[in-house]
Design a protein around this ligand. Structure first.
Ligand code: NCD
Ligand code: ZN
Length: 354
């Protein structure tokens, strides 16, 4: 079967759970999942325990990544209710600032407009601000970013209303970029009876018309990002279900299936998963970094044989037509189609102090 070679993917939205959530994932397991999925660089979110809300915590987290990560990792800092006047000092060493305007898993939340305004005003325009802003909240966030002339990236756009707001802002000339997740491109709330707690995620799975709107406006989408948010099977079966779905190992199979079915071009897939993320977040190049993929033969995704510690995928049993055959990072084979060969500590930590 002929294979194709594409650049290693950059996933700008993952939760690798270290420190504090190592029973769900850690840098070693999460970056193994990344390499098995053809992802060679990840940007890791700040809603850990404790959250990454100070320069000291950022440095400590980068130390953990340095000894454990198998692919390259950039680390986010998070906006909190009490760091608006200090966190900008950490910008040189962070990949970006994450602002949670809507509530989700973890305590990080900027819950009033004055505080959000202060965070956006203080953060330097040389690094990105990433906002979790759903529905009507998005309009207000776009207005604040525009007023401060700051570029802003909108995480996991999930509905027709949201993508249409972003299309309008782009057409007005605003410096706004956005990402969509594979789960919002593939699943809808119609899948919830089947998935139960394994379909519980923020933003929630939306309706078929929302999903159609994401595909329809794909030219206005800048990145495909997983929002890889692993939780254990026990936690998902508990009375207090945490929202979040793993995604690092299933993105290429799903998106290559869209290529196979003519809904996405390979060229556009490369822009969404490599060149746009690299440009938007000003990431260093990764020379000789490629993924060999196979498109065509159909098989079913499975909960078995995954590298992620959580051991499940919401896409189990889905038929796909794409597979990662090999991942090469800086000239070295780091995944051979079955095994991850890169050892913990072989990845680079981006923007870290020497
Ligand atoms: C994320 C998590 O579990 O950390 N959950 C989710 O449903 N997406 C948090 C987040 O990214 O909002
Ligand atoms: Zn997330």
């Amino acid at each position: 079967m002929p294979t194709l070679t594409i650049p290693g993917l950059i996933d700008v939205h993952v939760h690798l759970r270290q420190p504090g959530g190592e029973h769900k994932e850690d840098y070693a397991s999460g970056t193994a999942a990344a390499l098995a999925g053809g992802v060679t660089c990840v940007l890791d979110m700040p809603n850990t325990t404790p959250p990454t809300t100070t320069a000291e915590r950022l440095e400590a987290k980068q130390g953990l990544a340095r000894t454990n990560a198998r692919c390259d990792v950039g680390v986010f800092v998070g906006a909190s209710i009490d760091n608006a006047d200090e966190i900008a000092a950490a910008a040189p060493h962070a990949c970006a600032l994450k602002i949670y305007v809507n509530s989700t898993f973890g305590p990080l939340r900027v819950d009033n407009w004055e505080l959000l305004d202060r965070h956006v005003a203080n953060w330097p325009a040389t690094k990105m601000i990433v906002a979790h802003a759903e529905g009507d909240v998005l309009d207000r966030v776009l207005e604040i970013a525009q007023r401060h002339a700051k570029p802003i990236h909108i995480a996991h756009v999930a509905t027709r209303q949201e993508i249409e707001m972003i299309v309008a802002a782009k057409e007005r000339g605003q410096r706004v970029t956005c990402e969509v997740t594979p789960h919002h491109l593939v699943l809808t709330r119609d899948d919830l009876p089947r998935l139960g707690p394994f379909g519980d995620v923020r933003p929630r799975l939306a309706g078929p018309d929302d999903r159609a709107a994401l595909w329809q406006h794909l030219d206005y989408v800048d990145c495909i990002a997983t929002d890889h948010a692993p939780h254990s099977i026990d936690e998902k079966h508990s009375d207090n279900v945490p929202p979040g779905l793993p995604g690092l190992e299933t993105t290429l199979p799903l998106m290559l299936t869209a290529v196979d079915e003519g809904r996405l071009t390979l060229e556009r897939l490369i822009a969404l998963t490599r060149t746009n993320p690299e440009r938007i977040f000003n990431l260093p190049p990764q020379p000789d970094t490629t993924v060999e993929v196979e498109i065509g033969p159909r098989y079913r995704l499975s909960n078995h044989g995954l590298q992620t510690k959580c051991g499940w995928t919401p896409f189990a049993e889905l038929e796909v037509a794409g597979r990662v055959v090999k991942t090469v990072l800086r000239g070295r084979t780091v995944f051979d189609g079955e095994r991850v060969l890169a050892e913990p500590g072989s990845g680079r930590v981006l923007f870290a102090a020497e």
